[in-house]
Ligand binder design. Structure first.
Ligand SMILES: [Zn+2]
Length: 273
């Protein structure tokens, strides 16, 4: 069976799913970078939507690919060598099941799902991929996938990154309570920056804010190392860590801007490999 060949990918195509079969061959031959946004469907307090982590991951993935293309300076081949994969909007959320809305797929299914996608892409000839996770609960599973791929596909470059945690400078500027994190100042600011209409501002209420208010086991879990985990009902009734009332869209733009800058710089290195 003879297949036609093409020499260009239509320049406006930025999503993997918008490529044709002919274009995907070319994308693979050009060592294109694939960006996979992943998140979670889970409680985000009373003021943020369940898909907060997906929305932020998809926003960052799109912005990174757009910036990589804009920075290609008219180089058509480089410009058309980064694509956003369809995201995974479910994640590892056993700690958030105490409030309505959470759909937890657990670490095993998450690992199988992401591994299956990545292995098929690797076997098809792609060789580099960045996962952007809006949900910190996915990070341990992503580490397992990375290690497993080293055994089966050692030449495949599998990178993964969180969102909020990359913005160290902008986060340092943020007024944050002693306990802060899920649905807190940073995450709420990011959502205000991305789409204010998705935030129910009248229900942005503080959750756990002070270490001394936490029960001993919950307090211990805030120590990074050694690591323990607790379900979030041990932190607060509304699932919030921090005080989202101080969140602003301007702070969210700074946070997202720093995250995107860092990832673009990293991806440019990835593209040069
Ligand atoms: Zn979140």
């Amino acid at each position: 069976m003879s297949r036609p060949t093409i020499s260009e990918i239509r320049p406006h195509i930025r999503d993997y799913t918008e490529l044709t079969s002919l274009e995907v061959e070319l994308a693979k031959d050009r060592n294109s970078l694939l960006v996979l946004p992943v998140g979670a469907c889970e409680q985000h307090g009373d003021g943020l939507p369940l898909g907060t982590d997906n929305i932020r991951a998809a926003h960052v993935a799109r912005a990174v690919v757009d910036r990589l293309r804009d920075s290609a300076n008219g180089d058509q081949v480089r410009a058309a060598s980064a694509f956003v994969l369809p995201g995974i909007d479910y994640g590892v959320s056993p700690h958030h099941r105490f409030l309505p809305g959470t759909i937890n797929i657990g670490p095993r299914l998450f690992i199988d799902l992401v591994s299956s996608i990545v292995r098929q892409l690797a076997d098809a000839g792609f060789d580099r991929l960045l996962v952007i996770t809006g949900h910190g609960g996915n990070l341990a599973a992503l580490g397992v996938i990375q290690q497993s791929l080293l055994a089966t596909h050692p030449d495949f470059v599998f990178a993964y990154a969180p969102v909020s945690a990359l913005a160290t400078e902008a986060t340092a500027q943020l007024p944050r309570t002693e306990v802060s994190g899920h649905c807190g100042e940073s995450e709420t600011s990011q959502m205000l920056a991305i789409d204010e209409s998705l935030v129910d501002s009248g229900h942005l209420n503080p959750g756990a804010t002070r270490l001394d208010d936490l029960d001993p086991r919950a307090r211990l879990s805030r120590t990074k190392s050694p690591s323990t985990a607790v379900t979030f009902d041990r932190y607060s009734d509304n699932g919030v860590l921090g005080d989202p009332r101080t969140a602003t869209a301007a702070a969210g733009e700074d946070i997202l801007g720093e995250v995107i800058d860092r990832l673009v710089a990293y991806c440019q290195e990835l593209q040069r490999l």
